[in-house]
Design a protein around this ligand. Structure first.
Ligand SMILES: Cc1cc2nc3c(=O)[nH]c(=O)nc-3n(C[C@H](O)[C@H](O)[C@H](O)COP(=O)(O)OP(=O)(O)OC[C@H]3O[C@@H](n4cnc5c(N)ncnc54)[C@H](O)[C@@H]3O)c2cc1C
Length: 466
């Protein structure tokens, strides 16, 4: 009998799963996918660059259209919302938003790929005209249309995470004076505060006003209902347009109502094959799941497209009777604001402490190319290693063009549980246009290895406890 697979959510995780299962099993599986929105398989990651003008039209952000999925044999039902999951009966209640019709659909296996919901502050005026999220292509289109129509002079971005700083750049590129407001002490709290401070300084040098330690308390509108200013604990900031970049939380209400267990971060927990724990016929991937951090050993919510695509592929393999696993993450992420590149992998200092590691940490400044090569720029690398073993625990990079993707060397070392001493011998590529003869990662590893040796020597000199 043909296995009937039903997918909820037709973006990165859901359609990677569907496409992979179909690729392997062909007519051996029947796949129905429900998507409440108007697009499938699109790159939300590209929205800031589309708004900035790097990408000329939204169609370029679509990896695969509904028609392309249907040509591959997937029964894709757009503008259709799943409203209830009945696990015992193996059935969903769905609502066709365009046709206004409700019906039920049975499944043998279910894939939950419902993504995340953006955090919107429960504050007066947060829904005012001129206040935008940037979660979907429709959000991006609405913002771009508004920028064209209103020609704003002053913008406020609420939230200094990676989406906030990418949107700050996008608005700068429209010639708008930008203020970023964040209640944290520094922007980019996914890095340590000292690295965040470097980003803060660089953003100010670019002309972006950054208000840290500042909680937004409301949004003031004019008599026309349009945003006029953002109210904060430290006063009001004039704004013709506001972009919200306050992060996301797992979209798991539907799964929770069905009785599926959620983790500490409200995401679904799965095994390595991406089966929801305790439910062999239910699979989940993407922004609606929690992932195991392989360095800290703790579960986290890491809503990134890179994980959603990989997890979807793993689900597709397993649904089709093949075998694949998603072991976890090491916490790698990169971003940029104007010419400044930002990257991180592994644990921040506070993560290392929470996980119970004693550690050493070093920071080095280096060039992106050989010192004598035209165009070489500064970059800063912070490296953290376990104090006793020297095992690499984390790396953060802030620097100019050519800095960020160096994080992949560190991520690979982290994945393979290398020590910083081992890393000093890595055979990394060198030619003057690409790197100094000692790559910045090698320089940081050498300094970290020295710090580990010093910590060992200090330990030996301590009198034994009697
Ligand atoms: C502005 C922006 C920039 C980003 N940049 C990066 C980046 O540079 N690198 C990176 O790795 N990641 C980035 N991301 C994150 C990345 O886009 C997400 O991690 C990825 O899209 C998650 O895929 P997903 O399939 O889990 O969820 P989603 O893409 O959210 O898809 C879930 C789908 O499920 C549908 N759905 C939900 N509930 C139902 C229901 N009940 N019935 C029917 N359909 C439903 C939704 O309409 C949605 O289409 C960015 C995100 C944003 C918003």
């Amino acid at each position: 009998m043909t296995e009937r697979i039903v997918v909820i959510g037709a973006d990165a995780a859901g359609m990677s799963a569907a496409a992979q299962a179909k690729r392997i099993a062909g007519d051996g599986v029947e796949i129905v996918a429900f998507e409440r929105g108007a697009h499938t398989s699109y790159a939300a990651c590209g929205i800031p660059y589309w708004v900035a003008g790097d990408i000329d039209k939204w169609e370029r952000l679509i990896a695969r259209s509904p028609e392309a999925h249907r040509r591959n044999g997937i029964d894709l039902r757009m503008r259709t919302q799943v409203e209830e999951i009945d696990l015992d009966a193996g059935r969903l209640a769905v609502h066709d938003l365009a046709g206004g019709r409700s019906y039920r659909e049975g499944f043998d296996s279910l894939v939950i790929a419902t993504g995340a919901v953006p955090v919107r502050p429960p504050l007066p005026g947060a829904d005012a005209s001129g206040v935008f999220g940037v979660q979907t292509l429709d959000d991006g289109a609405a913002l771009l249309a508004d920028l064209g129509r209103v020609q704003p002079r002053q913008a406020v971005v609420v939230g200094g995470g990676y989406i906030g700083v990418e949107m700050a750049e996008a608005l700068v590129r429209h010639g708008v004076a930008v203020t970023v407001v964040d209640q944290a002490a520094q922007p980019m709290t996914t890095l340590d505060p000292d690295m965040g401070a470097a980003i803060h300084r660089a953003m100010e040098e670019m002309g972006i006003d950054v208000h840290t330690g500042t909680a937004v308390t409301g949004f003031e509108t004019g008599s026309d209902g349009r945003i006029r200013s953002v109210l904060t604990a430290h006063g009001s900031i004039p704004a013709d347009v506001v972009v919200l970049g306050l992060g996301v939380r797992p979209n798991t209400g539907l799964a929770h109502d069905a009785g599926l267990p959620l983790g500490d971060h409200a995401g679904l927990r799965t095994n390595q094959q991406m089966q929801v724990l305790g439910h062999d016929r239910v699979w989940a991937g993407g922004d609606c799941v929690e992932v195991l951090n392989l360095v800290s050993g703790q579960y986290q919510h890491v809503p990134l497209g890179t994980h959603a695509n990989k997890q979807g592929r793993v689900i597709g393999h397993n649904l089709a009777g093949s075998y694949a696993t998603f072991p976890g993450v090491v916490g790698t992420a990169i971003s940029k604001v104007c010419h400044l590149e930002i990257a991180r992998t592994g644990l921040r200092e506070r993560d290392a402490e929470r996980a119970g590691f004693a550690y050493v940490t070093v920071t080095v400044r280096s060039g992106t190319k050989a010192a004598y090569f035209p165009g070489t720029q500064q970059m800063r690398v912070k490296m953290t290693a376990e104090r006793r073993s020297g095992r690499l625990l984390g790396v953060q990079i802030v620097g100019h063009q050519g800095s960020a993707k160096r994080i992949d060397t560190a991520a690979t070392a982290l994945w393979n549980r290398m020590t910083v001493e081992d890393m000093t011998s890595l055979d990394l590529g060198y030619a003057p246009p690409f790197s100094p003869v000692w790559d910045p990662i090698l320089v940081a590893a050498r300094k970290a290895a020295a710090a580990v040796r010093q910590a060992g020597a200090d330990r030996q000199q301590q009198p034994a406890a009697g």
